[in-house]
Structures are given as C-alpha cells and as structure tokens.
Design a binder for this molecule. Sequence first.
Ligand code: NDP
Length: 285
Amino acid sequence: MALILSGKEAANVFKKEISIKVDRRLKDKKKRPHLAAILVGNNPASSVYVNGKVKDCAEVGFLSTLIRLEEDVTEIELLKNIERLNSDTEIHGFIVQLPLPKQINEKRILLAIDPMKDVDGFHPENFGRMALGLPTYIPATPYGILLLLEYFGIDASGKRAVVLGRSNIVGSPMSILLSSNSKFGNATVTLAHSRTHDLELLTKSADILIVAIGKPLFINQSHVKEGAVVVDVGINRVDGKLKGDVDIDSIFNIASAISPVPGGVGLMTRVGLLMNTLLAADDRE
Ligand code: NDP
C-alpha cells in the first residue's frame, strides 16, 4: 500500500513556516511581501489557479494584487502592465498566468518581466541560473515537487529518476534539478517525451517517476516498478472531475508512494510561488 504524498498536509506546514517568516519581517520593520498576478481573459482553469494564489497570499500574510485584462487585450497593452509592475517598488514579484490568448507572443511577454521579480522562474536568465546551480527563483512546480519529496523524507540522491514530459515549466527544469549536485538532487535522470521508445521499459526502471504529460490516467501498473515513488503532475478535466496522468488505483499496491490529484503537486506549486515571493522580498531589503 502506497504512502500518499499529501500536498495538502505538506503545504499547510510550509505555509505556517512562511507566515512565521512574514511576522519576523514585520517585527524587523520590513514590508509585507507583495505578489501581483496578471490574468488575461476568462479561462476557467486559469481563474481558479490565480484565485488560489491570491487566497494563499492572504493566508500567509502577503499582500496581493490581481490585474485582470480582457481576452482581446493587445500585446502592447499587456507589456505596458508588465512595465508598470517592473517599476513599482511596492511589488516584490509578479506572474503572468499562462496560457495567453493567441494574439500574444508568450516568449516576448516572459522576456519583458524583470528577472528580479520573475517569481515563476520562467525568464531565461533565471532558468539559466537554475541550470548552473546559482541562486535564483526555481520554477514553482518543480520547486513544489522537491519540497514535497523533502517533506516526506524521500531523498533522490543516487536514485534512478525518470521525468516524463519536457515542458519548459515542469519536465525540463525538474530533470535539471533532480540531476543537480545539490541537496535536492544527485539522482541519475532520464527525461522522456512523446518520441521516447520503449516507454514502459524505461519507466519501470525508475525509483522516482515524475509524470507531467497532460494525458489522463496514462501511467498504470505496466509502467511502474515495485516500490517506486510516483509524482503525478497532470491536471486533466474528465467529465467535470480532475484526474492526474497516473491511474492511482492500478499502482496503489505497487508503488511505495504516490502524490494524489487533486491534493498533491498543485498545492505544492502554490507553495513554490510563495517561497519565491518571500525570497524576492528578502532580496530587496
Ligand atoms: P506540456 O503540455 O507543455 O507538454 C507535455 C509533455 O508531455 C511534452 O513534453 C510531450 O512530449 C510529453 N508527452 C505527451 N504525450 C506523451 C506520451 N504519450 N508519452 C510520453 N510523453 C508524452 O506539459 P506541461 O508540463 O505544461 O503540463 C503537463 C501536465 O501537467 C498538464 O496536465 C498540466 O495541466 C499539468 N500541470 C500541472 C501543474 C501543477 O501545478 N500541478 C503545473 C503545470 C502543469 P513532446 O515534447 O514530444 O510533445
């Protein structure tokens, strides 16, 4: 029977630690950390994510500002909003919630964010710093996963890890971090994707399997080694319900630990963002 890697449990503990640090900042006459988010359009999933982030800020004692822009906003107008946040000394960090409507060039937007305020860690400068092991904002989802593993005492060092999915925001940074020479890393990592051959053979060799492909219940008993730790990043809406990329029921008696969906990585991603915002505030004072 697998241990459930509860993001809810871990997130509550990390959020308490963050709120203690906020109290300490206030005692030291420092400002409350302040996170801003730009939400473009009415994508229901994006609205849910951003509202969750705003709620988290209130819970840990951060200030938050939500800027909502219409679905048909021009790229120039969005860039103006980014410029305003870049130069606003009251804002420590901000995010532009993805995905963006098709008239907007996502890469241009991410490049416009001041790397010092890029608490999502998506700017190339921050990604490069992460890859080189320099201090930076680690992308929130991989950061949250590392914190989840740490919370449940799972050490990646010397393990064989397989990361499924190579997106710039999850799979690729996850593979870099797990293979890095750091307290969270030192695993031997393979990064797999849609062109990978013999996927089952590969995933079955994993001590730690991180799945971020966006295919509901794709991973099952034929992919998982006895005793493996399985982290399910996927968020898929099936018949109005949230499903992960992993068929948790089919591997429950095979894996040693599994993160659930919902209640797993999603909540930890939000913790990663809070951690980065706190760091942004600390860096500025
Ligand atoms: P993308 O949707 O950008 O990319 C998916 C990746 O999976 C690609 O690298 C793709 O390969 C690979 N892939 C797709 N199908 C297969 C397959 N059959 N076998 C092997 N690899 C495959 O990934 P994201 O990282 O943005 O999102 C992945 C999932 O994670 C989604 O469900 C998303 O909603 C969720 N997510 C959850 C977050 C959270 O906080 N819990 C945060 C971010 C995302 P290729 O590159 O070859 O096309």
